[in-house]
Design a protein around this ligand. Structure first.
Ligand code: ATP
Length: 230
């Protein structure tokens, strides 16, 4: 569903991503982990079409630059992106219209789940940071994307919202979505991932499958990243 092939991204002389390849299939939850500055957000921004890069990225078999691939994609950025002058309800309406989707009640379901339904008339700028993050998640999911990319989604969320988000991860997986989550919170994703990609200094150093009984993800993470950082 999501395929990244030999992607390199340079900022001047710095190779933030160095020949990175990975894939996430339908029904698979992959996590992208690595120390600060490893290049995770850079890769995610390339996947969602915010950066130019060398290499190939496809979504649903089409280049990530195509309109059809963008229609399949949901993106939750690191910093919540909401419109100051749209209300919570208008955000959902706007996204549905942009994707030419009917309102089938899923937007309300998401707002309810993230305790935003009673705030439907509040403006984006009137929301707290955590509320903005929740709205950003609702907006990224309401058009029922098939490939969803989360960049540090738990930051700023309260415990109930984190629990609800974990339920969403499970639901998306059961519905056959391909999910990629960049996170530092290894404990909070321990039970939800199928594949972990460990990135260090712009390179993918290890692909780990979640069938290990001998060691936890954090143990593998520290073993792989030890001595590899600049
Ligand atoms: P973190 O876990 O701290 O969020 P990250 O793994 O997401 O880090 P990136 O934000 O992708 O890392 O950064 C990778 C490298 O690219 C870092 O060395 C960073 O300083 C550099 N970098 C990121 N954005 C830019 C930019 N716009 N211009 C120049 N260098 C950048």
């Amino acid at each position: 569903m999501l395929e990244v092939k030999n992607v390199t991204k340079k900022y001047g002389k710095l190779k933030a991503n160095d020949n990175v390849s990975l894939s996430v299939e339908s029904g698979e939850t992959a996590i992208l982990i690595g120390p600060n500055g490893a290049g995770k957000s850079t890769l995610i921004k390339s996947i969602v079409g915010l950066l130019r890069f060398e290499g190939e990225i496809s979504i649903g078999g089409e280049s990530n630059k195509s309109l059809s691939s963008k229609a399949l994609l949901g993106y939750i950025p690191e910093m919540p992106a909401v419109y100051d002058m749209l209300t919570v309800g208008e955000h959902i309406e706007f996204i549905l219209r942009a994707y030419r989707k009917e309102d089938d009640g899923y937007g309300d379901e998401l707002l309810e789940l993230f305790e935003l339904k009673d705030k439907k008339d509040k403006l984006g700028k009137e929301l707290s940071k955590g509320m903005q993050q929740k709205l950003s998640i609702c907006c990224a999911l309401v058009h029922r994307p098939k490939v969803i990319v989360f960049d540090e989604p738990m930051v700023g969320l309260d415990p109930l919202a984190i629990k609800n988000l974990k339920d969403i991860f499970i639901r998306l997986k059961n519905e056959g979505a391909a999910v990629l989550i960049s996170t530092h919170m290894l404990d909070s994703v321990e039970n939800y991932w199928d594949t972990a990609y460990i990135m260090v200094n712009g390179q993918l150093k290890e692909k780990v499958l979640n069938n290990r009984e001998d060691s936890s993800l954090s143990e593998v993470f520290f073993a792989v990243t030890k001595g590899e950082e600049k």
